[in-house]
Structure formats: structure tokens, C-alpha cells
Design a protein around this ligand. Structure first.
Ligand code: ATP
Ligand code: MN
Length: 287
């Protein structure tokens, strides 16, 4: 394994779209809902095929028609050509690998009946991007999926290495697959790293860039950083909030604690306090 982790430099993104600016997030009747309602023959056949596929057999009970319709739309739009196996079944979402027209992708499907939706709502409340969102379970999960897509774009623009966001439909998110098909990248937790100091400096820099871009990850730890070809890739940004969220300071503290504890256990000289200070006080050379 390569041990010199390189920083990914900030790209030519929007650059000025950071902070708490309003972003239109419309969770009303989606195209997928219309497809599911119409149930034309082509969609019905698609749905039955997918339901029969091995990797979806287990999920019949949890994926509703509108979720199948969202996948159908993503196939029609050329973002997904064929599904591979499941990568992970998490608390809120199932992640699959798939082949798309632009290469291998990861497809993250949030389950509408997720048990954590109340917690999701707490994260969404206080985020100015989601003002006025009602309490409907479906709307909350759709907004959450959009938020992850939007956060991936923001993080990327800020120079944080994350999976490239490709498309979003309803509760289904398509992004760049990190790793090879059939051999997806492990998380920091799964591997032994030879040079923790370098890895720490990269993660610390990404945390600072994210913060400068007005975002706090909110669930950062060795479990949400994957390691691939000498790169550290930050994943799982669905819960990331803007710095104006009432709990953002607590989330930042917790992220600092998790990251500092992990690297301190690897022999790096750091602490929650030091990391926190670094992120908040280091001047951004770009601004
Ligand atoms: P958990 O509840 O386990 O945290 P989650 O539902 O929040 O899961 P993620 O953390 O985003 O979902 O992803 C779960 C797992 O899927 C990751 O640990 C990683 O192994 C894999 N994964 C997610 N996104 C990608 C990607 N773009 N490329 C490769 N693997 C990925
Ligand atoms: Mn995760």
C-alpha cells in the first residue's frame, strides 16, 4: 500500500457558494413518483426484473415502487447500466456498486422506512437550506439524499477529496465508486497505515477546508474515510451541516475528538483541543 497520502488540491469549482446561502430543495412530486404512479409496462417489467435480481431479493420488502422508479429514471438517464453486488447495508441506506456510462459507480439507496428519520429531521432543522420542510417521512429522506448530493459538491469545490457526485433521484444517490468493482476501498478503520502522521495531516487539512467552506461533517471518524491508491477519501456527508446550524459547534468538537483519538492511538501527537484550534484558527491561504 502506498503510504504517502497526497492532498487533493481545490478544483475550479464555484468557489463562492459557501456558507448558508439558500439552495432550492424541492421535495414535491418527483419524476420518479410520476413514473411509479403511471406504472406503464416498461417500468413494471423493469421493476420485476430488479426484484428478481439476487442482490435485491432481500430488499423486496424495503424498496417501494417509487424507489424502483427512481432507479429506473437513473437507468433511463444513462447513469446506471447494470447493478453489481451490495457493498454495505448501513443504518439508513444500502450501498451497491454498479456500472454506469461514465465508469463504475456507487449507488446509495436510502430506505424510506429508516428508523433514524427523526434524527434526520433534527439535523435538517436549523439548516437554512431546508427551511419550511415538513415532517413527512418521505420528504425528510428525500431532502436528506439531496443534502448528501449537495454536500459532496460543496466539499469537492472546497478541495476535499470525496466521491464525485453524479446524479440524484428521490432517495437514490449515484456517485463515483472508490476502489475497484468487486474490491471496494477499505476504510481507515480496516487498514494498517504505515505513516499515520501524513494521513493525519491530510485529514486535518480536509477538515479545515470543509470548515472554511461553511460545512461540518458531523460523523467524521476512521469509519468514514476510505483509503484508495494513496488517497484518503471522505465519505458519508449526508449529515454534514452548515456552520450556522445550532449544533454545528458540538458536531465539530465530536469530529475533532474522533479523529484526534484515532490518530493519537496511532502515535500521532495530537488531541481534540489541538485539532479543534488548528481548524478554527489556521488562516486559509486562498481567502
Ligand atoms: P453506516 O451506517 O454504516 O455509516 P451509511 O448508511 O451511513 O453507513 P456510508 O457510510 O456512506 O453509508 O457507506 C457505507 C459503506 O459503503 C462505507 O463504509 C464504504 O465501505 C461503502 N461506500 C460508500 N460510498 C462508497 C463509494 N463512493 N465508493 C466505495 N465504497 C463506498
Ligand atoms: Mn458511514
Amino acid at each position: 500500500m502506498t503510504e504517502e497520502f497526497g492532498l487533493v488540491e481545490p478544483g475550479a469549482g464555484e468557489g463562492d457558494s459557501f456558507g448558508d446561502e439558500w439552495e432550492e430543495i424541492d421535495v414535491s412530486d418527483t419524476e420518479a413518483d410520476r413514473i411509479a404512479r403511471q406504472r406503464d409496462r416498461e417500468f413494471s417489467e423493469f421493476r420485476e426484473r430488479l426484484k428478481d435480481a439476487d442482490q435485491f431479493k432481500v430488499e423486496q420488502a424495503v424498496f417501494d415502487d417509487a424507489t424502483f422508479a427512481a432507479i429506473y429514471k437513473l437507468v433511463q438517464d444513462g447513469h446506471i447500466d447494470a447493478f453489481g453486488g451490495p457493498i454495505s447495508t448501513g443504518k439508513e441506506a444500502n450501498v451497491y456498486e454498479a456500472r454506469g456510462s461514465e465508469g463504475d459507480v456507487a449507488v446509495k439507496i436510502y430506505r424510506i422506512n429508516t428508523s433514524n428519520f427523526r434524527q434526520m429531521r433534527d439535523y435538517l432543522e436549523g439548516d437554512p437550506r431546508f427551511e419550511g420542510l415538513g415532517g413527512e417521512k418521505t420528504d425528510v429522506v428525500i431532502a436528506w439524499t439531496r443534502k448528501e448530493f449537495s454536500n459532496l459538491g460543496r466539499a469537492r469545490d472546497a478541495g476535499v477529496r470525496v466521491p464525485e457526485p453524479i446524479a440524484v433521484q428521490r432517495n437514490v444517490l449515484v456517485m463515483e465508486l472508490i476502489g475497484e468493482s468487486g474490491d471496494t476501498a477499505p476504510t481507515l478503520h480496516d487498514v494498517h497505515i504505515e505513516n499515520p502522521q501524513t494521513a493525519f495531516e491530510v485529514v486535518r487539512e480536509y477538515m479545515r477546508r470543509l470548515y472554511d467552506a461553511g460545512l461540518v461533517h458531523g460523523d467524521l471518524s476512521e469509519y468514514n474515510v476510505v483509503v484508495y491508491e494513496g488517497e484518503l477519501v471522505v465519505i458519508d456527508v449526508g449529515q454534514a451541516v452548515t456552520i450556522h446550524h445550532p449544533n454545528s459547534a458540538d458536531f465539530l468538537r465530536r469530529d475533532c475528538r474522533n479523529v484526534a483519538n484515532y490518530f493519537a492511538a496511532q502515535g500521532v501527537e495530537t488531541s481534540e483541543e489541538r485539532l479543534h484550534r488548528y481548524i478554527q484558527t489556521e488562516a486559509d491561504p486562498r481567502s
